[in-house]
Design a protein around this ligand. Structure first.
Ligand code: ACO
Length: 431
């Protein structure tokens, strides 16, 4: 039986339907609130209680620590799948058959290179330019090299979706590798079509003339795991940004480029960089973590890599990546003092009423940086890795907006609290 919700506004009773998701989650459908109430809107700064769309891509139950892509539990995908297979699932909605997987991989391989003229764009950046700025600019620029795929007419862009999405997913890692090589003054490595997605990326990052880099199976597996765990995460800051930009009719490259910019900030994808900065400074100060925890509790510091808007018991990705991190370091015979500090911080915080009361637990970023350090990824590239991993989710969400014939431009409202109407005063008369 369908449910209704009612709102009493002064002496009027307003009725609204309740929408139920496939996992039983509920939303009061307030789309007619403004017209029914004579101008009243909902106010939910930070959108903590607002469903901005209906989506079929990812399900999260933050209280139960559940994350599923297209219905498949993240734990099963992490154990059995690869990044490319998971990307196919996220984008297309089903796990690929053998033929579909082969065709998808072939498209990604074909699209790995970037236009020679585009390489010149990188040369204009200063050597210390942030790779996230370069990545966002270059992904947007991809539209210029294939304008027939980026017409800003969703129906036309959807006809070429397979090609455009393969370009975005494949070239994002090539752009990342070129940005890294150029920042170090190193020659650019062309893609090797014989290699798989992650191995090819690591080759483009780390091969040198006369000294090809071959990723060990353990490193390739770790790279797959990092990217796969980031593949989508429903309506987070960057994905909502992608949908917002897409809702104006913008093409896939413009929309995902905006997602990259949104991801950059330290409260979102930039947290993986901030975690390492925090662990390093704790290490350098000879703190065992307890002083930092006290600073976090008094509001003087923030325990980066802790807390999540949605997960309130644990982040399932953090559990998987913590284990992956231990396994990678063991297999490489490496130790990392930052991992010891991270372990101690997590243990201390998980025993402390401040963190327990606020339901603050390690998130995926708490351990991913330690894994990336072990692979040799430099610190300023950590958020770039997150962006490569998140590309399938952004693509899938762009597709949902573009394919929805009833989609409207996203346009929230506001409550204005600025000055009321006043008269213009000429500059000479102003005091
Ligand atoms: N360290 C210390 N205290 C914290 C932390 C933290 N990491 N996170 C939240 N708190 C405290 C707040 O000070 C606040 O305390 P109060 O109630 O006494 O005022 C309470 O917990 C609630 O915090 P909010 O900031 O309101 O929580 P919100 O849901 O808005 O923020 C966020 C979530 C941004 C992830 C936050 O926990 C944070 O800044 N974490 C560190 C950054 C980080 O790791 N970001 C990555 C997120 S995961 C991702 O993007 C992949």
């Amino acid at each position: 039986m369908s449910e209704n919700a009612s709102i009493k506004l002064n002496d009027r009773n307003l009725e609204f339907p309740v929408i139920v998701g496939s996992e039983g989650e509920k939303a009061i459908d307030l789309r007619t609130l403004r017209s029914d109430s004579g101008g009243c809107i909902t106010f939910d700064e930070g959108y903590g209680n607002t469903g901005s769309c209906v989506s079929n891509v990812t399900f999260i139950d933050g209280d139960a620590g559940i994350l599923r892509y297209r219905g498949y539990p993240i734990e099963q995908l992490a154990q059995h799948s690869s990044f490319v297979e998971t990307a196919y699932l996220v984008i297309h909605g089903e796990l690929p058959t053998v033929e579909q997987y082969a065709a998808f991989s072939a498209r990604l391989r074909e699209q790995a290179g970037i236009h020679e003229r585009m390489l010149h764009l990188f040369e204009g950046y200063p050597r210390d330019a942030h790779p996230m700025a370069i990545l966002s600019a270059m992904v947007n620029s991809l539209a210029c090299y294939d304008p027939h795929l980026a017409t800003n007419d969703h129906n036309r862009d959807l006809e070429n979706f397979e090609e455009a999405s393969a370009i975005a997913l494949s070239k994002v890692r090539t752009i990342a590798a070129v940005a890294y090589r150029m920042s170090r003054g190193l020659p650019v490595n062309y893609s090797n079509k014989d290699l798989k997605y992650c191995e090819n990326f690591l080759h483009m990052m780390f091969s040198d003339p006369f000294s090809p880099y071959t990723a060990s199976p353990e490193v390739a597996r770790a790279m797959n795991l990092i990217l796969l765990l980031h593949a989508d995460h429903e309506q987070n800051c960057s994905t909502s940004t992608v949908r917002m930009v897409a809702s104006s009719g913008a093409n896939l490259f413009a929309s995902t480029s905006a997602g990259i910019s949104a991801l950059w900030g330290p409260l979102h994808g930039g947290a993986n960089v901030a975690v390492i900065g925090m662990l390093r400074s704790i290490h350098e100060q000879g703190d065992d973590g307890s002083r930092f925890i006290e600073a976090a509790k008094s509001g003087k510091a923030r325990l980066m890599g802790f807390g999540h808007r949605v997960y309130k018991n644990f982040d399932p990705r953090a559990k998987i990546i913590a284990q992956g991190c231990e396994e990678l370091l063991d297999s490489l015979g490496l130790t990392d003092p930052l991992l010891d500090i991270a372990r101690r911080l997590a243990e201390a915080a998980l025993d402390d009423p401040y963190f327990l009361e606020r339901k603050l637990y390690p998130n995926v970023d708490f351990y991913s940086g330690i894994m990336m350090r072990a692979i040799g990824i430099p610190l300023n590239m950590f958020t770039v890795m997150f962006a490569i991993g998140r590309m399938p989710g952004w693509i899938a969400n762009w597709h949902e907006v573009a394919a929805d014939q009833n989609s409207r431009i996203y346009r929230p409202r506001q409550i204005y609290q600025g000055p009321v109407k006043r008269e213009y005063v000429s500059i000479k008369e102003r005091t």
